[in-house]
Ligand binder design. Sequence first.
Ligand SMILES: [Zn+2]
Ligand SMILES: [Zn+2]
Length: 164
Amino acid sequence: MIQPMRSVRADGYASLKLPDHPRARSNGYVYEHIVVAEKKLGRSLLPKERVHHENHNPSDNHPDNLIVCKSQADHMIQHARQRVIAASGDPDTQRICHRCKQLKLNTEFSPSSSRGKKCLSSACKECLAISQRNRRRQRVTPYIRPSRRKEKTNGSGSTNTDRG
Ligand SMILES: [Zn+2]
Ligand SMILES: [Zn+2]
């Protein structure tokens, strides 16, 4: 089999020249990760499916590095989980606040719902409280400096073992 022409973009995404492929762009190129993922699945990708690079290297299109997500939302969950793992957290019980960028327990987020699906708010309860307070405050200060608070030791759930 003749190997198709391969081109790698500056951002690392590789494409193969396969003009007959249903996902071919106007220039006849298809993203290599799509071709590899379809080969791995043994079928064509569905229109909503997204291919995720497990190691976040878009030029590494090894089949083991590619995860097919059933939607873009699912794909974003995959990314959120990976951010938690990168911060040495547990993606099943912790998440990263979109606002303070801190790793927090799921219980520190308030439940919300988007499009009927139950989920947790993207910002932690603490950040939500701050933004609500700021909203209530009159807009006299154009810029509010983030207050440097000392790290509080988390009392909930943690067991204090006194070593003697
Ligand atoms: Zn991804
Ligand atoms: Zn926060």
